[in-house]
Design a protein around this ligand. Sequence first.
Ligand code: ARG
Length: 579
Amino acid sequence: MNLKDILEKDIKNVLIRINPIKYCHPIVILNKKIQLGHYQLNNLIKIANTLQLEPYKLSKIIIYNIKKKYIYKKITFSEPGFINIFICHNWLSIELEKIFISYRLGIKVTKPKNIVIDYSSPNIAKEMHIGHLRSTIIGDVIVRILHFLGHNVIRANHIGDWGTQFGMLIAYLEDIKLTSISKNSTTSLEELEKLYCEAKKKYDSDKLFAKKSREYVVKLQNGDQYCYNIWKKLVHITMLENQKIYNKLNVTLKKNDIMGESLYNKMLPDIIEDLKNKKIATEKNGATIVFLREFQNRSGEPMGVVIQKKDKGFLYSTTDIACFKYRYERLHADRIIYYTDARQHQHLMQAWTIAKKANYIPHDLLLEHHMFGMMLSKNKRPFKTRDGNNIKLSKLLDEAIERAIKLIKKKKPNLSKKKLILLAEVIGISAVKYADLSKNRNTNYVFNWDTMLSFEGNTAPYIQYAYTRILSIIKKSTFPIRKLKARIILEKESEIKLAIKILEFEEIVLLISQKGTPHIMCQYLYQLATYFSIFYESCSILFAQRIKICKSRLKLSILTAKTLKKGLNMLGIKTVKKM
Ligand code: ARG
């Protein structure tokens, strides 16, 4: 039940009646100080100004018109311009009952839309590095949430599997007589990346080799079987290794979600033709360019986006223009969300502008670039290895597990090795994920092993541990859980606070589904866990004097545990029963 929504709608209805044209949207927020009211209308003064009314007078009209509903216990005005809303406890408990018996925690399925989510998208013949972490895990949270809400989610792993580097690699493999790679080679991705670096060096220094490489690109693009087989194997080796990382990260991407750059290759010549025919693209010195008035270069002139090079090769932009077309025409996308770092913003916006100009996509297609900042080391510089290279994601995750093993060994020296490893995998990986997800994606953040593995504060171990504690309380009860028929009774302040927090879950889920900001969920879960501890300290659960209070509090505990688990699950973070 989205309480904020209900309250805002009630107030809005009053405002519409006062002035159907001039009203502005009421903003209701959860009050931090519960004594002042559970919720608060936050923009009364602004609304009053637009309606040319005194805030106090307007508050009287609003209060008079909504107070009769059974949802409200008390509504008051406070200076200079707030309306404080107390919710009826009975209403709260009825709503909690609905959530208690629902396995979707009371959240309804919405009208389904086709939503394409472009995320992770690593490049072939290179190991995934920490630069891919944010895209992969933030994108996956949004996938999980939109899927939960009932949307038809299309995971698009736009891998970098096309382009000049393949000509270079094929030529190099031939040089060092490693073309057997096309069959059942056991070459690892690590080796492949080394070969890639060597090939790149040779490409930059050896003109003949560079020429041969370019010829291979053209051959590959024209469907030559020999090149194609090697290319396929390169993709296979890379994605096999990446799949291991996805599994380790508990990310839902699978082989079928791969929709790499190569998928759009066949569309590119027609697109160039079409853009020329529509006079959107022009030829200049042999290259095909689109000049965009919407973007200016350094000298203030329309920026040129090259879509075909002099040597007839296509570019990253060309593929993304085709990709928009494909996602709209073939996948029937209603909304497309990109998870790539901020540096690719201009590129995406240019490709988007061109696709719109060419009428490949309608002007009202929802396109969102959910950008994110970088991971920094303690000295606030980009997080890199000592020799300045990107940190491999697999190494980072291994270290997370190692550190978790040390931590658990200290706390539980007698744990069997098998259990230790299993627990360490959950704790280590969750810590890394949560540390990232809990930061506003728009900003850079400092990567810090110590804080992320701490059992205090807004961290994965804290929330996971809170969950296990609640489970152990529930387990101690002698009442059969499934038959907890007694009603939820809300008497103490800490119970009411917890109840309202549980009800807030839907609002949080909906907000993230619009904004793509998982940190809101982390903040929420952290508060929920904290509110539970306060409740636990001030209210006896198992030994309350009246049995019906016992049962009611047990129900509140179960609801908290369910919400924590669901929330963590949406973040792609596992829970354990014991820690
Ligand atoms: N492969 C790219 C990279 O590693 C990201 C691709 C993002 N998606 C897109 N449609 N351009 O930076």
